[in-house]
Design a protein around this ligand. Structure first.
Ligand code: SF4
Length: 341
């Protein structure tokens, strides 16, 4: 295995694989519109195709895989894919991000299939607020799914909370306490102006400094952990030892150490969350390209990369939603729910 580097010296280590663009929630920060254009079903990669592409990515340095969506648990028999990927020695870390609705049934299957880690999105502990935020009535199922993950032994459990001013920034302490009760590390994510966040505005961002101030006011001194990592979250410790994270992608991006790329459910490869153009790996795969040819194509794509999308957004004056809904409808690949967040 070789490790390729991009034009500013970043290796390719992490691959986020979206297994479906469908979702069973309609979160305000991701899918606020009434109607969406979906990827054609015939374009969606089979599990064998995903596994074949993973072999090409691991050839050039990827050793961490995260399955995403849409909502990945909507993909039938996902545990079969997990089993296929977990059997690959080059995949050192295999994780999944889910909204948790279908986790109660699937957590034992995923654990048995060899999934290493799981992250559940949880933006609120209040059922009525969940309904308003997601336009679905499924809060109890999410909490049940989190408990099921814990029972199934998926111990490195994380809870991801997108913090939106005026929506849920008053629940930071409650979420930390809930995380403690279920053995999960909470990560607060700044509301991001990615494709699909058509209702984004700067005044709805509750930034890292405000999150830290809120928690320090309640708990006392918050201590940053000194860690060498390309992980997006900065981690902190509370006086009682509880560790939590903050992903400050909007106000303090971490593009300089970004080693992740995204594969959509139909095999488009994006080298940045904000990239407008992707590389079509499905077409090459289905045209019969060999593993060596695909690996070479991936290596060349990464070596040409200079993306630092979130940093460029910070420099933007009059920052507003990235793309209007009309443009997203023309190309659903620009949507975060297609790209895997
Ligand atoms: S904006 Fe692009 S380059 Fe920056 S951290 Fe996100 S994916 Fe990486």
């Amino acid at each position: 295995m070789s490790t390729v580097q991009d034009r500013i010296g970043r290796p390719l280590r992490n691959l986020r694989i979206s297994v479906t663009d469908r979702c069973n929630l309609r979160c305000q920060y991701c899918m606020p519109e009434e109607h969406y254009v979906w990827l054609p079903r015939s374009d969606i990669l089979e599990f064998e195709e995903i596994a074949a592409l993973v072999d090409c990515f691991t050839e050039v340095g990827v050793d961490r895989i995260r399955l995403t969506g849409g909502e990945p648990l909507l993909r039938h028999d996902l545990n079969t894919l997990v089993q296929m990927l977990a059997a690959k020695p080059a995949v050192r870390d295999l994780a999944l991000t889910t909204n948790g609705i279908l986790l109660t049934e699937q957590a034992p299957l995923l654990a048995a299939a060899g999934l290493h880690r799981i992250t559940v999105s949880l933006d609120t502990l209040r059922p009525e607020r969940f309904r308003a935020l997601t336009r679905r009535d499924a809060h109890a199922q999410v909490l049940s799914g989190i408990a099921a993950a814990h029972r199934a032994g998926l111990d490195a459990l994380k809870l991801d909370t997108v913090v939106m001013r005026g929506i849920n920034e008053d629940e930071l302490v409650d979420l930390i306490e809930y995380g403690k009760s279920v053995g999960a590390e909470v990560r607060f994510i700044e509301y991001m102006d990615v494709g699909g966040a058509t209702h984004w505005s700067a005044d709805k961002v509750h930034p890292r400094d405000a999150i830290l101030a809120d928690l320090a006011q309640h708990y006392g001194a918050v201590t940053p952990l000194r860690e060498e990592s390309s992980a997006p979250a900065d981690r902190y410790r509370l006086p009682d030892g509880t560790v939590f994270g903050i992903i400050a992608s909007t106000t303090a991006p971490f593009c300089r150490s970004c080693d992740r790329a995204r594969l959509t459910a139909d095999g488009m490869w994006y080298l940045c969350l904000y990239a407008r153009i992707g590389i079509d790996l499905r077409a090459a795969l289905r045209a019969g390209a060999s593993k060596e040819e695909l690996s070479a194509r991936i290596a060349a794509g990464w070596q040409a990369r200079s993306d630092r999308g979130a940093e460029l957004r910070v420099e933007h004056r009059d920052r507003a939603a990235l793309l209007p809904a009309s443009e997203l409808r023309k190309d659903p690949h620009l949507e975060m729910h297609t790209r895997g967040g």
